[in-house]
Design a protein around this ligand. Structure first.
Ligand code: AGP
Length: 596
């Protein structure tokens, strides 16, 4: 949600900032803007809409060596030109871009900005106006900014220009992500490394409540009281090619296809030199010594957690509860005596999950993050971390992170109970091969999507046991990118009400991977067929029948969610494609949801 890019150097900044913003498009946004400072003053271009539109309104004749840019996902005020960033103080001296939410904006307006006319509906403008106010009262700009930051409550990543000082960009961070990129004769700042990796792979991490002054040849980091902080550079692990689409038409398709490779990478990263499963003993002990695991997550990560709960209980005999973050934080259940909290999050930045983390840390409980992003907020703030090794996931619809989450949880479950009979490394290798075969069968999914999903209003996924969890994720995928109203249902539950929605030709997609429920789900298929449903069946080979349209190669019964999800991801992809949807950037959605 929201993306920031800033650059100061000796070259014209426009292309660097615009292409940096394009790299942040995946985060989700509805408006964009850029400010460039040069000898003739500050030039702002901004509007509702995509970067492609911003490119049309930017005056490429105006050159400048200092600039800031922004993609906005509206929270305060409609997505329109006035509310788009950059925002300015009323004298136009200070211009800034912001990611986050200023929670005490009303209080700040009342206390400090009486009589100041704000142009926009945003919380962000308050920050610009306050910096101006304190500067007008005689504080040096740097002090005025730091003082403003001490008064703000909420989350922010800020990049600020002072028109009277063309040699620096001020930046600050609290809870929202921000990285500083160190270059040769330039420095940059951005919401994540993807926006900078084409220019540098040397970064400074800015921590919460830190402030930095970035000039062409220097980066100085301070706390909010002005004490300088020494920070080492770290080298980005990102490969520039990881964030390109290559020959793929969409990131989502590329990321679906990457899944066999991701599973193999997980196998490589979670084994020791003797070829045994490896997870840090401290993590194993922490989970073992708990009396219950609480999984906390949102969206797709929650759905992966459902499969993870099954693995932890079946393989490791570890009692596990799973909760949606946004519910858990305000309605906490009675906890066990010695809980451990596992936060599953692709981005590691999800505000709902972080809110739970803050709460359970205050209560003194141990916490473990399962995330794809090293150095993300959840990664930094938890006691223990396990990485997904999925590589950057750019499409808003999560695919490879989902299967990576389940695979890492399967490894964790095996390590907690080493006497388990499951040879997880071998079983995961089989999974990777089966995934590959499924990904090679795209024509089938495209044909089915065209036939069943190209003009339907709604759709149902039904399954039992772990297949029900797969159905929840499959339904989320289909609805988020194709906008078909889709529900995932426990197949046996349909007859208790929802079957009333089945009409002639309503698509019902059944997932069957478990022998124990094979016949039950097939009975439920007959029930919906009798009411006119158009049924697609996805079945595991060893329990399949000739009438099943999609057959999945055999894998260990615990690991079927890793493979049964692949056809559903591809059905969603092709349904969205044939309906003309914006697959990588579905409407109203953001990749990392940094507001509660
Ligand atoms: C997935 O396709 C979604 N876009 C969304 O549900 C996502 O999984 C959710 O917002 C959680 O994100 P996280 O894994 O980064 O915490």
């Amino acid at each position: 949600m929201c993306g920031i890019v800033g650059y100061i150097g000796y070259e014209d900044v426009k292309e660097t900032i615009l292409s940096g913003l394009e790299k942040l498009e995946y985060r989700g946004y509805d408006s964009s803007g850029i400010a460039i400072l040069n000898g003739t003053g500050l030039h702002i271009y901004k509007d509702k809409g995509r970067i492609a539109h911003l490119r049309e309104i930017v005056d490429f004749g105006k050159e400048g060596t200092l600039g800031i840019g922004h993609t906005r996902w509206a929270t305060h005020g409609k997505p329109n030109k006035i509310n788009s960033h950059p925002h300015q103080s009323s004298t136009k001296r200070f211009t800034l871009v912001h990611n986050g939410i200023i929670e005490n904006e009303d209080l700040l307006r009342m206390e400090y900005l009486q009589g100041v006319q704000c142009e926009s509906d945003t919380d962000t403008e308050v920050v610009a106006q306050m910096i101006q106010k304190f500067t007008d009262e005689g504080k040096e700009p740097e002090l005025a900014i730091r003082y403003t930051l001490t008064l703000i409550e909420g989350s922010y990543a800020l990049a600020i220009i002072d028109c009277e000082n063309p040699d620096v960009i001020y930046v600050a961070k609290n809870k929202s992500p921000l990285l500083i990129g160190k270059g040769k004769e330039f420095n940059m700042v951005a919401s994540d490394a993807m926006a900078m990796i084409h220019h540098t792979n040397e970064f400074y991490e800015l921590q919460d409540k830190e402030f930095a002054i970035i000039s062409r040849n220097d980066v100085s980091i301070y706390n909010l009281f002005g004490m300088q902080i020494q920070r080492d550079i770290f080298l980005g692990e990102l490969d520039a090619s990881d964030i390109e689409k290559g020959t793929y038409p969409h990131y989502m398709l590329k990321e679906i296809d990457e899944q066999p490779f991701v599973i193999r990478r997980i196998i490589a990263n979670y084994q020791d030199e003797n070829g045994n499963l490896y997870i840090d003993q401290k993590i194993i002990e922490a989970v073992r010594s708990s009396d219950k695991v609480y999984i906390i997550a949102c969206g797709t990560s929650y759905n992966a957690g459902l499969a993870g709960k099954h693995l932890l209980e079946k393989i490791a005999s570890k009692s596990t509860e799973i909760h949606v973050s946004s519910e858990f934080v305000y309605n906490m259940p009675l906890l066990s005596d010695r809980p451990i909290f596992i936060f599953i999050s692709q981005s590691g930045e999800t505000a709902d999950s972080r809110a739970v983390l803050v709460k359970v840390k205050e209560m003194g409980y141990p916490t473990l993050a399962l995330t794809n992003v090293k150095g993300s907020t959840l990664y930094r703030e938890t006691d223990y971390q396990l990485l997904l090794h999925a590589g950057p996931e750019i499409a808003v619809a999560s695919t490879k992170a989902y299967t990576a989450q389940i695979a890492v949880l399967a490894i964790l479950a095996c390590r907690i109970k080493p006497c388990t009979k499951v040879d997880m490394l071998r079983e995961l290798s089989i999974v990777a091969n089966v995934m590959e075969a499924l990904c090679d069968n795209k024509d089938l999914y495209e044909d089915l999507a065209k036939q069943y999903l190209s003009d339907t209003r709604n759709c149902f996924y039904i399954g039992r046991h772990v297949d029900y969890y797969t159905c929840l994720e499959a339904a989320l995928k289909l609805k988020e990118i194709s906008y078909i109203q889709t529900e995932g249902f426990a197949a046996g539950e349909l007859k208790h009400g929802t079957i009333a929605l089945i009409e002639n030709d309503t698509p019902v997609i059944a997932v069957i991977t478990q022998e124990s429920i094979n016949l039950n789900t097939r009975s439920n298929i007959k029930e919906v067929k009798a009411r006119g449903a158009a049924v697609i069946t996805i079945a595991l080979k060893r329990i399949s029948s000739d009438a099943d349209q999609i057959i999945i190669g055999d894998v260990h019964e615990y690991l079927t969610p890793l493979v049964s999800i692949i056809p559903t991801q591809l059905l969603a992809y092709y349904a969205a494609l044939h309906r003309g949807c914006d697959i990588d950037k579905p409407r109203n959605l953001a990749k990392s949801v940094t507001v509660e």
